[in-house]
Design a protein. Structure first.
Length: 98
């Protein structure tokens, strides 16, 4: 809504990977990927829509909760993320929701 209705306002949209405190080590550097427009929410998790042409082998972006909080704070000061929509993660794991 902000991007469309208030174009003069700067923004940063962060789509977090699935929170996974048990299997994703804390303290890793956040990785950023261009957010895909074909996203879907499954069980409260933002994912790319799956298709038969997808080559991701069921991999899902994941992040530790503390790293997600740190990435959100860092995004406030990162000029490279201004007016962008990105996915944030620290690890790739086999998906458990498809």
């Amino acid at each position: 809504i902000v991007m469309e209705e208030f174009p003069s306002v700067s923004y940063s949209v962060l789509q977090m990977g699935k929170f996974d405190d048990n299997f994703v080590e804390e303290g890793q550097e956040p990785l950023y990927a261009v957010a895909e427009e074909d996203t879907v929410v499954v069980d409260g998790v933002v994912n790319a829509k799956r298709s038969s042409s997808s080559n991701d082998d069921g991999m899902q972006k994941r992040i530790n909760r503390r790293d997600a909080a740190r990435a959100a704070v860092d995004a406030l000061l990162d000029d490279n993320l201004e007016n962008k929509k990105v996915q944030v993660y620290t690890a790739l794991r086999k998906t458990d929701i498809w």
